[in-house]
Design a protein around this ligand. Structure first.
Ligand code: IMP
Ligand code: MG
Length: 183
């Protein structure tokens, strides 16, 4: 029988729902100021960024367009290789648009590095990145991230869109998974 209390599977909660919402509100103020007077297209990366997109967009007191991409990065297990395949492309023409890529987490940064170059080649006015979480490994790749919610350590985290084997995305908090939940 599966536990209904998903929080029991966590070693510790890194960020509570309230902390996440508070940080997203701060990021939204900065984003709103930076894009004042311009149209804004937010591009969410499926599936992890669904929660960040929902809450960050609703924290913005302005009109935004939203579109989604699904990409899969070839790699073994939890490591990504930077070789990316588009599973679902945007429906929106990016010509002349200000594009904000919305991500849940940047680990190696390879996926985002590929994605921003790909979107950048479609004639947008600008492409910038907002991510809720960033790991230290991201520093090794040359990808400019305009907004970071929280810098975290090397640990594998779940919740608020982030999964382990497609589970835990629906947790409201973000936490570190207990070792006994692996495998
Ligand atoms: P990378 O930046 O190219 O290494 O890939 C980032 C992707 O790896 C994210 O969009 C997540 O899907 C996944 N990922 C990396 N670290 C974690 C983690 O700690 N928990 C859950 N997913 C992660
Ligand atoms: Mg994942």
């Amino acid at each position: 029988m599966e536990s209904a209390h998903l929080d029991n599977d966590l070693v510790n909660v890194l960020f509570t729902e309230a902390q996440i919402q508070g940080r997203l509100a701060d990021m939204a103020s900065e984003i709103a100021a930076d894009y004042e007077g311009h149209d804004l297209l937010m591009v969410g990366v499926l599936r992890g960024a669904v929660m960040v997109m929902a809450d960050l967009s609703r924290a913005l007191p302005r009109h935004v367009e939203m579109d989604w991409m699904a990409i899969s990065s070839y790699g073994s297990g939890t490591k990504s290789s930077g070789v990316v395949r588009i599973l679902k492309d945007l429906d929106t023409d990016l010509t002349g648009k200000h594009v904000l890529i919305v991500e849940d987490i940047i680990d190696s940064g390879l996926t985002l590095s590929w994605l921003s170059a790909n979107l950048g080649s479609r004639g947008p006015e600008s492409v910038r990145i907002a991510t809720l979480l960033r790991k230290p490994t991201a520093a090794k790749v040359d990808v400019q991230v305009s907004w970071v919610g929280f810098d975290i350590g090397e640990q594998f985290v779940v919740g608020y869109g982030l999964d382990y084997d497609e589970r835990y995305r629906n947790l409201r908090d973000i936490g570190v998974l207990a070792p006994h939940m692996y495998g």
